[in-house]
Design a protein around this ligand. Structure first.
Ligand code: GRG
Length: 306
């Protein structure tokens, strides 16, 4: 098997397992939710069967590298995808980015109305913690690791992470960011924090500590930045059909991005430099080339078309 086939096989295995876990976590075994079924429908609409599952794959792969038992991390990988789905629903609301297209279909509020989308997002955020605690194999994982993993997730999703980054973004839109450092800080929080939590949780659940855990977090920071720079480039160069969401909005609204600050070719160079640094971190951590998944994932983040 060559590296490409190897990657695809593992990717498919991870994505399928995550989809199944997400369906389980939304499930209604006792049927008690019938009277508010529309809420569950809206949550499923935005959560299931779509998205690249990048964050989940990072969590599973770091756990596998740590202990070989990637299925242990499944409830946590699903949790990070649930939080990611909530953030996309809320980000699309008229009071935020006001977007009508997400993952190739009408945004949640277009389909279920504003309060439906707001509550579906709220419920996904809380479901993340409920389902991770409910579905995790506490004996195999160990209480201490569970707590450390979920603490990292909560910190990364909240005011010192994704939500804080969203606030910086909205303020920047009003005031206009002109500074590369501030742009970097905003993205490290808004997009980077959940990617950091994904890698960090996987590493913790897989038993990594000290230098190896720090390595997982450094890898996350590099690919997180590469991911965001690439998103800015694709916003200029791609189409709504390819991306499954509106494009060109940054330019239209005069928003400062890596592309407006540095131009496309320097932005590309910067994203590629992040990828190289991410791969160097893996080498330092002792991840052998015979385990190519995370090396290849880092590359795919900058060569992706959506
Ligand atoms: C509303 C609290 C709150 C936060 C919103 C993540 C976010 C913060 C907003 C999304 C805005 C955006 C498009 C950011 C660019 C990077 C990004 C998160 C893209 C979407 O992630 P992908 O490409 O999506 O991994 P899929 O659909 O593949 O899961």
């Amino acid at each position: 098997m060559n590296e490409r086939t190897c990657f695809k096989t593992r990717q498919e295995e991870y994505v399928q397992a995550v989809e199944e876990q997400l369906e389980r976590s939304l499930g209604t075994p006792d049927g008690k939710r019938a009277h508010y079924g529309v809420l569950i429908e809206a949550m499923g609409y935005s959560l299931l069967g779509a998205g690249k599952r990048l964050r989940a794959m990072l969590c599973l792969e770091f756990c596998r590298l740590g202990c070989g038992e990637w299925r242990r991390a499944l409830p946590f990988a699903a949790a990070v995808e649930e939080i990611h789905a909530y953030s996309l629903i809320h980000d699309d609301l008229p009071c935020m980015d006001d977007d009508v297209l997400r993952r190739g279909k009408p945004s949640c509020h277009v389909r279920y109305g504003e309060w439906g989308a707001l509550l579906a997002g709220d419920a996904l955020l809380t479901l993340a913690f409920e389902s991770a605690l409910r579905d995790c194999d506490a004996e195999a994982v160990g209480a201490e690791r569970m707590v450390r993993a979920l603490r990292l997730l909560a910190q990364s999703a909240g005011c010192d992470g994704m939500v804080g980054g969203q606030v910086l973004d909205l303020q920047a839109e009003a005031n206009g960011i002109r500074d590369g450092e501030l742009l970097r800080e905003m993205h490290a929080l808004k997009t980077g924090a959940l990617i950091r939590a994904s890698c960090g949780m996987g590493a913790i659940l897989g038993g990594m500590d000290g230098e190896r855990l720090r390595g997982a977090l450094r890898y996350a920071d590099e690919i997180g930045l590469a991911f965001q720079i690439t998103d800015d480039i694709l916003d200029e160069t791609s189409t709504p059909e390819e991306m499954g969401k509106s494009v060109g909005k940054d330019k239209e609204s005069g928003k400062t991005t890596y592309v407006t600050l540095y131009g496309i070719s320097r932005a590309k160079e910067e994203a590629e430099a992040c990828t190289e640094r991410a791969k160097a971190v893996l080498s330092e951590m002792g991840v052998p080339r015979t385990e190519p998944f995370l090396y290849e994932l880092a590359e795919r983040i900058v060569t992706r078309s959506h």
